[in-house]
Structure formats: structure tokens, C-alpha cells
Design a protein around this ligand. Structure first.
Ligand SMILES: C[S@@+](CC[C@H](N)C(=O)[O-])C[C@H]1O[C@@H](n2cnc3c(N)ncnc32)[C@H](O)[C@@H]1O
Length: 283
């Protein structure tokens, strides 16, 4: 779907008024030379167009949340400082355009009816949901709430302590046509003392042992990503992560006999990811 086919005329006018670019998926590229089990270092907006249409069974995307401030906030009682990463700073319009651009390409490279899991916080989740649901008319199956019982305290004391992240679960098809998506219901039930698994997951922040090769401000716990992979993919499936950071998706995919391709633009994070992957092959 391109800009001219958008269903909502007002939205189209608004996008034009704000000077956002038109977007369209890149042309098809051949399936050979798919870089399986590789971390591709660079901007996903440049790399995704080189990947073939429909190559992936699933995408797990943990994009920038656009929550960073130029100067992070800290306080005397903790070493914690709020995020101030350059890769996480956008204006509202830049973030909307960025989301349109990467989602356009992800929808091209994931198979029809493939699962797409997207992480976000309240800073980003409404834009992400709007783009997936209203602009591209993808079926949203549900949102998962990741509740962090040991979240950092709130520094300003002007609001509740932020202790959740969301994961949108979308299927790569128009909402009325989506069908046969993968959901390993019995596996999830077995992981939950034989009771249906709910969409609220209480999982603590990452353990120090998961950070032994270096720190990343928004590294995801293996346990969260493991649930997504076990729920939404089968052994042998190929998973894309266009914002891989420390490579959590690849590490879980390897452990669970899935294949992966990851993209990350910061070389220092790729080094952490590579060390985590190397450790798996040493054991
Ligand atoms: C929220 S973090 C992902 C963390 C990851 N899930 C983990 O467990 O380590 C987002 C990552 O996207 C990367 N990034 C931001 N913009 C990017 C882009 N245009 N292309 C590729 N990577 C990008 C950042 O460097 C950052 O590591």
C-alpha cells in the first residue's frame, strides 16, 4: 500500500501538511544470499530494502522508543540516569516518518500471515499501533504487557513509577484476511503451570549475568523474548530483528533452534551481541 491508497483522507492531508515524505516498499530482491545467522551492521532503513520479499516467518522489533532527553535525569540515591541516547531522539514527525519507513519494509520481508512483535512504551506504542492498524490495516491480535516488578523508582515524584512495556502482536495481513498465524497455545499453557497464559507477564529487569559482555540501556531479558519466540514461531523458522542491540533475539533463536537475521547500527552493541552468540557455541 502506498501513500495515495491511504484510507483516511484527513490523515493524508495532515501528512502532506507536515511535509512528511511519501513512502513505498523497495522493489523485490532475489532470495539467494539471504544472510542467515548474521548481524548486519548498519541502518535498517538502508539494509532492509536489500532483503527479499516474504523471506521471514516472524519479526521481533524493538525500535527506539523516542523517550530519551538530551540531558538525562539522575538522583543522589541511585546510579540510574534516564535515557539520553542519540539513536533514541526524534521529533514527533521524524518518529512518525521513521516508523512508516521501517514498518513498510518489515511488512514486505515478512511472509503473509507471519507474526510481527513490536516493543514499545507509552512514548511510542500509540504511533506504532496507529501505523500498523490504521495506515497498513494489519490485524493486531493483542498487546502483551510486560510488568517489571523491580522497575527503577521515579526520579521526579510527579507521576507513577513507570513499570511496564508493551509488545504489540500483529499479523502480516489485512485485518479481515489475517489467518493461520502461529500461536503455540499448548507450549504457553505448559509454561504456565498448565493454565492458559495471560497477556500480562511479570518478569524482572535483566539479570547481571545477561549483561556480562557490556551494557545497553534497553536490553530485553532473555525470558521475555523466549516467550515470544516459543509462542509465535516453530523450530527452523527464520526470525528478523531490525533493531537488535545486544542480540537478544539471536541468542534465544539459537537456543530454541530457530534461524535469525539481525540488524543494528551501533558497532559497540554488535560486539556485545557477537560475544553472547560466541558463548553459546563454546558451550
Ligand atoms: C531498544 S534497542 C534494542 C535492544 C535489544 N532488543 C536488546 O535486547 O539488546 C534499539 C536498538 O536499535 C538501534 N537502532 C536505532 N536506530 C536504528 C536504525 N535505523 N537501524 C538499525 N539499528 C538502529 C539502536 O542502536 C539500539 O541498539
Amino acid at each position: 500500500m502506498n501513500f495515495d491508497q491511504m484510507r483516511d483522507k484527513d490523515l493524508r492531508k495532515e501528512v502532506k501538511k507536515r511535509g512528511l515524505r511519501r513512502y513505498s516498499p523497495s522493489p523485490d530482491t532475489p532470495l539467494e544470499n539471504l544472510p542467515i545467522r548474521q548481524i548486519l551492521c548498519g541502518d535498517c532503513l538502508s539494509i532492509l530494502p536489500s532483503l527479499p520479499r516474504g523471506a521471514f516467518d516472524c519479526c521481533i522489533a524493538d525500535p527506539p522508543f523516542n523517550m530519551s532527553q538530551k540531558k538525562g535525569l539522575g538522583w543522589a540515591f541511585s546510579s540510574h540516569i534516564t535515557m539520553q541516547e542519540g539513536w533514541d531522539i526524534f521529533s514527533k514527525d521524524e518518529y512518525f516518518q521513521f516508523t512508516l519507513d521501517w514498518v513498510t519494509e518489515v511488512l514486505r520481508v515478512v511472509k503473509p500471515n507471519g507474526n510481527i512483535f513490536v516493543f514499545g512504551s507509552f512514548h511510542s506504542i500509540f504511533t506504532l499501533g496507529f501505523v500498523l492498524q490504521n495506515i497498513f490495516d494489519r490485524r493486531i491480535i493483542t498487546q502483551i504487557v510486560w510488568y517489571k516488578p523491580n522497575a527503577q523508582p521515579n526520579i521526579t515524584c510527579r507521576m507513577f513509577t513507570e513499570s511496564t512495556e508493551f509488545i504489540l502482536w500483529a499479523v502480516n495481513n489485512e485485518s479481515k484476511k489475517a489467518m493461520n498465524w502461529t500461536f503455540n497455545y499448548e507450549t504457553m499453557k505448559a509454561m504456565n503451570n498448565n493454565k492458559q497464559m495471560r497477556n500480562m507477564w511479570e518478569i524482572p529487569l535483566i539479570k547481571p549475568s545477561e549483561r556480562k559482555y557490556g551494557k545497553h540501556p534497553s536490553q530485553k531479558p532473555l525470558e521475555v523474548v523466549e516467550r515470544l519466540i516459543l509462542a509465535g514461531t516453530n523450530e527452523g523458522d527464520l526470525i528478523l530483528d531490525p533493531f537488535s542491540g545486544t542480540g537478544t533475539t539471536g541468542v534465544v533463536a539459537e537456543k530454541q533452534n530457530r534461524k535469525w537475521v539481525m540488524i543494528e547500527k551501533e558497532e559497540s552493541y554488535n560486539q556485545i551481541a557477537q560475544r553472547r552468540l560466541n558463548e553459546l557455541s563454546e558451550n
